[in-house]
Ligand binder design. Structure first.
Ligand code: ATP
Ligand code: MG
Length: 450
């Protein structure tokens, strides 16, 4: 036995596939096929006997299938890394393979380059310490889904995080977040991910008409183990080119995701995307504060009505105490309407913070977009909402985009560090308050008069 070689066991019920895999690997100097098995039980027995580094496992076999066999191998021979093989269209298998402990995935038909690259990558990324004792029965066995080399690792900078937030529900955060993500994507041709951090009632999936085959809930058990490859499996591609990480499908699943989960998720996504646009819930708790800390820019969305303005000011009272760097929180007026006596100037004067951008009211386009699951940006680009999204994207990209950020990085990093320290210190002192009860018709006058 050549110790330098990657030892591979091939498991597939179809003789031609086994033979082809053997042939494909035959000429690789650093890879050796140490055996072949035709079904699950035999795969387990041969893995125990040969102790291969990699088990190339077909997912669908008569008798014991590849998933069950992988779970058993993970328990009994944890040093063997599983690469699951499946045919196209079996997308749910990818997620299930991951949960069964697979570290790589190949979709048939694949070529020798892809095969060899996957084997090497999974082998290189194997745990370098001896695997721990087998997990208790029933526990998911996967240590972590091995990270393939990520293209964005060559970036000069990590992705910019743009949090879209309002302390008042229904002002248009999700609409703006979706259109902004698409505008960023179209304008800069950069990679953009839209994260639905409205964990209980997120509707990014509905707004983008995406089936929630995967959601963030699947990351609940992966704390401390997330990487690009794992997240890539869960990201839902949209026709715009934006990818979406959807909120859990059930409200009760939101509790499974802590601030630590969010920090880890955003951190990994920053390594994969140029922009991480986060659609947030209209709440103010630890999760939201953690997201503000992580964000490079927080778009505080408000609408020209008294409750929205009242909540925006309450929000500023809290975040002013957190001492974020000047300009981190940017107020955006959505549903701006010339017919409405409350415009950006009145709001800026009342809240004592500037309105950096406005998005016009376009009820017909917004309602149609929401009901059809086709964001305005995908339709008529010259519409009011797409145009506003493009202007905002341009503004943000100029300040946060990769080119500028490369030069501005030290300042940004220092500001972020100072902000985090300041925010943490202030948070210890600042209780997050419940919004004060609304005070009838005099509210606007009182707000504007203050
Ligand atoms: N610029 C706009 N003009 C007209 N209607 C808009 C505009 N932006 C959003 N809307 C409408 O406002 C409603 C709320 O929008 P959206 O769901 O995006 O808000 P939200 O702040 O995310 O709400 P929630 O608090 O429920 O998450 C929707 O009916 C949407 O179509
Ligand atoms: Mg929303």
């Amino acid at each position: 036995m050549d110790a330098a070689k990657i030892r591979v066991l091939v498991v597939d019920d179809i003789p031609e596939v086994r033979e082809n895999l053997r042939k494909l690997l035959y000429f690789e100097r650093d890879i050796e096929v140490v055996g072949t098995a035709t079904q699950g039980e035999e795969a387990i027995a041969l893995t125990k006997q040969h102790r291969p580094d990699i088990v190339l496992m077909d997912i669908n076999m008569p008798g014991m299938d590849g998933l069950t066999a992988s779970e058993a191998i993970g328990r009994e021979v944890p040093s063997a890394q599983i690469v699951m093989m499946s045919v196209q269209g079996e997308t749910d298998y990818l997620r299930r393979s991951m949960l069964a402990g697979a570290k790589g995935f190949l979709i048939k038909p694949f070529g020798s380059d892809e095969l060899v690259a996957t084997i090497r990558s999974v082998h290189n990324l194997r745990p370098k310490v001896a695997p721990q004792a087998a997990p208790p029965p029933g526990a998911p066995m996967s240590a972590s889904f091995a990270a393939a080399p990520l293209a964005p690792a060559q970036r000069r900078d990590r992705g910019a995080v743009i949090a879209v937030y309002s302390p008042k529900g229904g002002v248009g955060c999700s609409t703006l977040a979706a259109n902004l993500a698409m505008a960023l994507r179209s304008q800069r041709d950069d990679k953009v991910v839209l994260v639905d951090a409205d964990l209980q009632f997120g509707d990014v999936g509905v707004l983008l008409n995406l089936t929630a085959s995967h959601t963030m809930a699947e990351l609940a058990a992966k704390k401390g183990q997330m990487d690009g490859e794992l997240l890539d499996v869960l990201l839902m591609p949209h026709i715009s080119g934006v990818k979406a990480l959807l909120a859990p499908a059930q409200p009760e699943e939101a509790d499974l995701l802590t601030t630590d989960h969010l920090r880890e998720i955003i951190g990994v996504l920053q390594g994969m995307f140029g922009y991480v646009v986060v659609d947030m819930a209209a709440a103010l708790g630890e999760r939201e504060l953690a997201l503000f800390d992580l964000a490079d820019a927080v778009l505080l969305v408000t609408a020209p009505d008294v409750p929205s303005i009242k909540n925006a000011r309450l929000f500023y009272d809290v975040v002013d105490a957190l001492q974020y760097p000047e300009g981190k929180i940017r107020m955006v007026l959505n549903k701006a309407d010339r017919q409405n006596p409350i415009g950006p100037a009145e709001i800026a004067a009342g809240i004592k913070h500037p309105v950096v951008a406005t998005v016009p009211l376009d009820r017909r386009a917004a309602d149609a977009a929401q009901n059809q699951g086709i964001p305005c940006f995908m339709g008529n680009r010259s519409g009011l909402i797409p145009q506003a999204a493009l202007r905002l994207a341009e503004l943000l990209a100029r300040e946060l985009g990769p080119e500028e950020a490369a030069g501005a990085e030290p300042a940004r990093a220092a500001a972020a560090g100072a902000a985090a320290a300041g925010a943490a210190a202030a948070r210890a002192k600042t209780a997050v308050r419940e919004p004060a009860p609304r005070n009838g018709n005099g509210m606007l006058a009182r707000l504007l008069g203050r």
